[in-house]
Design a protein around this ligand. Structure first.
Ligand code: INI
Length: 182
């Protein structure tokens, strides 16, 4: 009889200790984005990230998130980035352009650089939908993005270390991003 196949696991632990994060926040609809930011920082803090290892940059609107995400990714300082924005549908087609280009640009930033970029951009028809996702009925998408950033940073770190599936959390190397003096 053949042996039962036991695939190796490649998983990212939810420990942020020693990891560096960059957060980019849109000022547009700041009533919402600041709440998403607070929850993202809370997630990183609870998972063990240090203040010196988390930077927050602000941009005018969601449309500007991709450029700064790419610049921060290229800086080589961060294990993962979180892009935070909130786009609310208006009377014209402006919303569609901002949403699609922001999503496309953020995906390009992470694919071009290899640095994980979390998409924490709410795209809502109404303000009520946004509020629900920024700390009310539907939780807080900022917190979810914080956890996703930690998981992706750890996964990337494991694959960088080259030992992949065979690696255990106790053997994984620390800190993929270049350390810097603050
Ligand atoms: N930017 C947002 O982040 N959210 C919006 O809802 C929004 N709307 O609706 O216009 C918005 N527009 C600004 C845009 O992101 C750019 O900052 C602007 O076009 C300058 O490039």
């Amino acid at each position: 009889m053949t042996e039962k196949l036991l695939p190796g696991k490649i998983e990212g632990e939810l420990s942020a200790e020693g990891l560096r994060f960059g957060i980019i926040v849109s000022r547009f609809n700041s009533f919402i984005t600041e709440r998403l930011l607070a929850a993202a920082v809370d997630a990183l803090e609870r998972a063990g990230a240090a203040s010196a290892d988390v930077d927050v940059a602000r941009v005018p609107g969601a449309f500007e998130l991709p450029l700064l995400a790419k610049k921060m990714a290229l800086a080589g300082r961060y294990d993962a980035l979180i892009a935070i924005g909130c786009v609310l549908r208006g009377a014209t087609s402006h919303y569609d352009y901002v949403c699609s280009e922001t999503a496309r640009g953020l995906q390009l930033a992470q694919m071009d650089t290899g640095v994980p970029v979390m998409f924490c951009v709410l795209t809502c028809d109404t303000l009520e939908q946004a509020i629900d996702r920024a700390g009310l009925k539907s939780g807080n998408k900022g917190f979810e993005a914080g956890l996703a950033a930690i998981e992706m940073a750890r996964l990337s770190q494991k694959l960088r270390a080259g030992s992949g599936a065979a690696e255990t959390s106790s053997t994984s190397s620390a800190g993929g991003a270049k350390r810097r003096k603050k």
